[in-house]
Design a protein around this ligand. Structure first.
Ligand code: HEC
Length: 143
């Protein structure tokens, strides 16, 4: 029997499967599969205030005292945890999203390490990777 008999239906199934996968992926960007929080609320409630708060703390001479460094560590920790939340519950649609989440995770972990050492230059350098991650994911996935 010719191989065409199996190849044609197989190709159709693969195509249909891809359409289904893509449709599902689009839906998952705005909300996970089972949990309640919409992506926009995680962004508005956790991502944005911690990113802006960290930027504020790192400007000029950087965190002024122990309390300010502790606040920076708190901000970096929340951003770090967001990198895991964004990958949970079937929310991630593709490699761009996953790559941005990885950069958010690595950048915020490096800010946290720098905050523990009170190294403002290292914190600023690491923070660039965080804001780069926001921009990369938004370019592809935020309407
Ligand atoms: C892995 C992907 C991804 C990363 C990383 C990411 N975002 Fe988002 N962000 C989104 C998506 C998707 C939306 C649009 C959500 C929607 O409208 O349903 C969004 C929307 C937003 C919004 C608008 C929320 C609203 O009220 O509608 C803000 C603010 C925001 N992001 C801030 C940030 C900041 C700051 C960072 C970096 C610290 C960041 N985001 C990193 C995916 C990401």
């Amino acid at each position: 029997m010719s191989k065409k008999w199996i190849a044609v239906p197989l190709a159709l199934c693969v195509a249909a499967g891809l359409v289904m996968l893509c449709g599902e992926a689009t839906a998952q960007k705005t909300k996970g599969k089972t949990r309640g929080a919409a992506t926009k609320y995680l962004m508005r409630g956790i991502q944005q205030p911690n990113c802006a708060g960290l930027a504020e703390l790192l400007k000029d001479k950087g965190p002024a005292d122990d309390k300010a460094w502790d606040a920076a560590a708190c901000r970096a920790s929340c951003l770090n945890e967001m990198s895991y939340l964004l990958m949970d519950d079937g929310r991630c649609p593709d490699a761009v999203w996953a790559g941005a989440a990885t950069n958010l995770r690595e950048g915020s972990a490096a800010v946290l390490a720098a905050a523990e050492k009170k190294d403002v230059d290292a914190a600023r350098e690491a923070f660039k990777k965080v804001t780069g991650a926001c921009a990369a994911c938004h370019k592809e996935h935020k309407k």
